[in-house]
Design a protein around this ligand. Structure first.
Ligand code: ZN
Length: 151
């Protein structure tokens, strides 16, 4: 096993214990499911899109603490953003978890997500846990009809 201690920062622990936006959204006009078979993470993402903006967002599902914390932070961050802004965030997050974006030296819009997930690229098994909700978000925004899998 990897030593995951540096991964489980206080902010990740906090969000995994008390995830934000952990609800089924009755006003959702888009729903998307995502699975990460490597870990067993599953989530359903609910979006209310109005005028090309994420007016409200919620998620439900079962997953490890990394996937739950990532979904909690992702939903808090993209809420209120335009579709275009959300896709910029997706791209920044994707580069972050691949180790291509150094949040300490490069400008980004990820806020505390950038710090919380700055080490995750060292743990390839956990990268898919962190990215599941983001890939599901992108699929939902792009209007994909099929559930997504990180495999
Ligand atoms: Zn996981």
């Amino acid at each position: 096993m990897d030593n995951l201690e540096e991964l489980y920062s206080e902010v990740i622990k906090f969000h995994s214990k008390q995830p934000r936006n952990f609800k089924k959204l009755e006003t959702a006009n888009r729903e998307m499911e995502g699975h990460n078979p490597l870990c067993g993470d599953h989530l359903a993402l609910y979006l209310q899109i109005e005028d090309d903006r994420v007016k409200d967002i919620g998620f439900q599902g079962d997953g490890c603490s990394i996937s739950r914390a990532a979904a909690s932070m992702m939903t808090s961050t993209v809420k209120g953003k335009t579709k275009e802004e959300a896709l910029v965030l997706f791209n920044e997050f994707h580069r972050l978890i691949k180790g291509e974006l150094n949040p300490a030296s490069e400008a980004h819009h990820l806020g505390h997500i950038g710090t919380a997930f700055s080490n995750i690229h060292k743990y390839p098994m956990r990268v898919k846990c962190a990215s599941l909700s983001w890939h599901t978000l992108r699929a939902a925004l792009e209007g994909s009809a099929e559930a997504i899998s990180t495999e």
